[in-house]
Design a protein. Sequence first.
Length: 253
Amino acid sequence: MFGFRPKLPVTEEERSWVDKGFSRLKSMLGAKRILGCTVIEPSDRFFPDPWDGSEAGLEGIFSRVCGYMHVERSSVDLEIIPDSSELMEALPEYHLRSNHPAGLHFGQSEDEKPLIGIRQSLLKDPATAVATVAHELGHVILLDGGHLSRDVEEMEPMTDLVTVYLGLGIFTANACCRFTKFRDERREGWSFSRHGYLPEEVYGYALAVFAKERGENTPSWASHLSTNVRTYFRKSAAWLENLPNQPAQQAFM
């Protein structure tokens, strides 16, 4: 009524970083990867295998996420690492914000495949396991693919962003801040954990840019986002919708 423009939930610096990050990924991987990917949802359609918290269950998730991200399963090794392992503290990792890594990536060498290690406790949480696998496969794509160097300052946030670019953003965004109910013989309550390197607001904006680039005005997949991320997504989408008309492919040029 009064011509107020929707408020963007990220700072100008964060907005610029996401826009430039998508442009970099477009140059590295090609526009077809974002335009042609399928958005992977937390449903039986995409993960029909029974989940029992076993190593076999994790292998099922890993194989499917490899396929969704176009990484040949046979080209990467997978290992479950005990939570108490010293490796969990000493190597490049996908962090829980409590400073305990959720996953590890061991880069490819002349005589060894890339190795992804997944924290054993994630076998209790398949959705976070998917997010962690997606992030670590992002390392395989960007680092082992020669697109980024491990010593680049923004390497880890860019690896989170590539999961959005390739259609796994629902999982990594939802795992960013996660509430879990627990109950044992003596106690009952809620725990809170943070995963990854991007905050919810940035995920919301990145997913809105992703949708705009693909010409998706009201994507059904947004219903799977957590409450906070979905709110930031909608605010960001409304802000992008009010930008001056421009070709979709120039949205993050």
